[in-house]
Design a protein around this ligand. Structure first.
Ligand code: AMP
Length: 307
């Protein structure tokens, strides 16, 4: 099985009530591919960075067996940069700045060896670029796409064209409402299904994740963490765990999709424990499996025989 991840690689500055970090590794494709690498290796990564993307970042990606053949390096350019600030309600954040830099002229080129890839995850980048990726590859088994308010506001028409090509869309609750103008999330998800994807996943930050298909509704509880340091990348990490598991199993049945939602939630719960991608420096598969099992316990209950 093979998995291609396309998206942003970035340098972030993040402020939360629990600390502030400057110039740390970030980007949608970074979180997705690192999370997915716990399930399948190597991960095929397509993106762009500038000359300021330092060797320690390359080393970190390589330590997770991420194949960098499709990573373009624009030596004279600057890497995508993003700044965000979170308040005590960690579900809401202010974007302090978005500098597209090398992304402004980025035209994704898929290496010939990647053209046959069974699973594709289109991380949060310009929806026009997301489509350009799909034009260059043979029809995969499953295409998962992510987006954010930035693109819903600026490129909604382009985003709607991209939606038609996705099997799964992953958005957060605010983005689902923004895209559909529908306050009820179940109705919003059903409306998004009419726009193209057959599976809609709505992340609700600290409150879990909801998967809606035409036939089913599945809800993953949040993992009850007592300390969240930095929610940045949780959504992308969710996407990485989700598609990483599906591609490893090569199974897109309803039951596999439900387990994938739990693996996505499991990976995201680790991500938020530390700033940036710090938690993935020492995270082990044993810890992942233990937490996956804890998720099962969290909402397991016996049916009463008689009330
Ligand atoms: P998440 O918290 O899952 O939404 O992802 C946060 C990551 O997305 C950060 O590491 C940023 O570098 C990256 N990011 C923020 N805004 C954008 C954007 N407009 N396009 C692509 N990536 C972005």
């Amino acid at each position: 099985m093979s998995l291609l991840v396309v998206g942003s690689l970035g340098i972030d500055t993040i402020e939360t009530p629990f600390g502030r970090v400057e110039n740390v590794l970030g980007g949608s494709a970074t979180f997705i591919s690192v999370a997915a690498s716990y399930f399948l290796r190597p991960i095929r990564l397509v993106g762009v960075v500038g000359g300021d993307f330092t060797q320690n970042y390359f080393d970190f990606l390589e330590s997770h067996d991420i194949d960098l053949e499709g990573l373009e390096i624009v030596k004279e350019g600057k890497t995508f940069r993003w700044g965000g600030k979170y308040h005590y309600d960690l579900n809401t954040r202010d974007t302090l700045f978005t500098e597209l830099n090398v992304f402004e002229k980025f035209d994704p080129k898929i290496p010939p060896s990647y053209r046959k890839t069974s699973y594709v995850c289109l991380g949060n980048i310009d929806p026009v670029l997301q489509r350009r990726v799909l034009e260059q590859i043979e029809r995969p088994r499953l295409v998962v796409g992510d987006t954010m308010n930035f693109w819903i506001t600026r490129k909604q028409e382009e985003l709607k064209k991209t939606l038609k090509l996705l099997d799964v869309i992953i958005v957060n609750d605010a983005e689902a409402r923004q895209l559909t103008l529908e306050p009820n999330l179940i109705k919003a998800a059903k409306q998004i299904i009419t726009m193209g994807p057959r599976i809609v996943i709505i992340k609700k930050g600290e409150h879990g994740a909801l998967m809606v298909t035409e036939q089913t509704i599945f809800f993953a509880p949040p993992y009850p963490l007592e300390m969240i340091n930095d929610p940045t990348g949780a959504g992308d990490t969710f996407a990485g765990g989700f598609i990483g598991y599906l591609s490893k199993m090569d199974d897109t049945s309803d039951e596999a999709l439900k387990r994938a939602v739990i693996y996505g939630s499991t990976m995201a719960s680790f991500c938020v424990e530390r700033f940036s991608l710090e938690r993935f420096k020492d995270l082990t598969m044993i810890e992942i499996q233990d937490r996956f099992r804890e998720f099962k316990e969290l909402s397991k209950f016996e049916e009463e025989v008689r009330v």
